[in-house]
Design a protein around this ligand. Sequence first.
Ligand code: HEC
Length: 171
Amino acid sequence: MFDTMTLTKIVGGFCGAFLIFLLGGFAAEFIYHEAKSHDGEHHQAYTIDTGADESAEEVVEVAFADVYAVADAGAGERLWRQCQACHKLEDGANGTGPYLLGIVGRDIGVVDGYSYSGDMAGHGDVWSPENLNAFLENPKGYIAGTKMSYKGMPKVEDRANLIAYLDSIAN
Ligand code: HEC
C-alpha cells in the first residue's frame, strides 16, 4: 500500500515535471518572440546572397563591412598561399595573373604589360574592399568572362582577413 509519504513524492514528482515542461514552453515562446521582434538583426546572420533581391544584398554588404572592420591581416597572410601560384606582391611582377601589390584601391584591370580578359579590362571601377570581397567570393559571378580560374573563397571572415593583408602590404 502507498503510505502518505510515497504518495507525496509521486505527486511532487509529477508537479516538478510539469513545472519544467511549463518553463521550457515559456523559454521557447520567449526566444521565438525575441527573434520575431528584431527581425532584421536576427536574420542577418543567416542571409545567403542569392542576388535575387536588393535588400538581401544590402544586408550582406553591411555584414562584410562589420567583419572587415575587425579583420586580422595576420590570418590573411596564411590565406595568401591560395593566390601565390598565380600572383606576386611585387611591383610589376606579373605571372599567370597580374601583380597584386597595392591592389586595394587600384583601378580594375590596369596593370601595364598584363594581358587581361576583355571582360576584366573593360570592367571599369576600383578594387575597393567591397568589390574585392564580391570578386573573391565568386570570381566568375562578379566578372563573367574572367580568365582567373579560382573557385572562390566561401567564408566572409577569410575574405576580409585576406583583403586586410593585401591592404597592409601596400602601405
Ligand atoms: C589559377 C591562377 C589564379 C589564382 C589561384 C588566383 N588568381 Fe587572381 N587572377 C588570375 C588571372 C589569370 C587574372 C586576370 C583575370 C582576367 O584578366 O580576367 C587574375 C586577376 C585577379 C585580380 C584583378 C587584378 C587587376 O589588376 O584588376 C585580383 C584582385 C585577383 N586576381 C586576386 C586574387 C586573389 C586574392 C587570389 C587568391 C585568393 C587569386 N587572385 C587567385 C589568376 C589567378
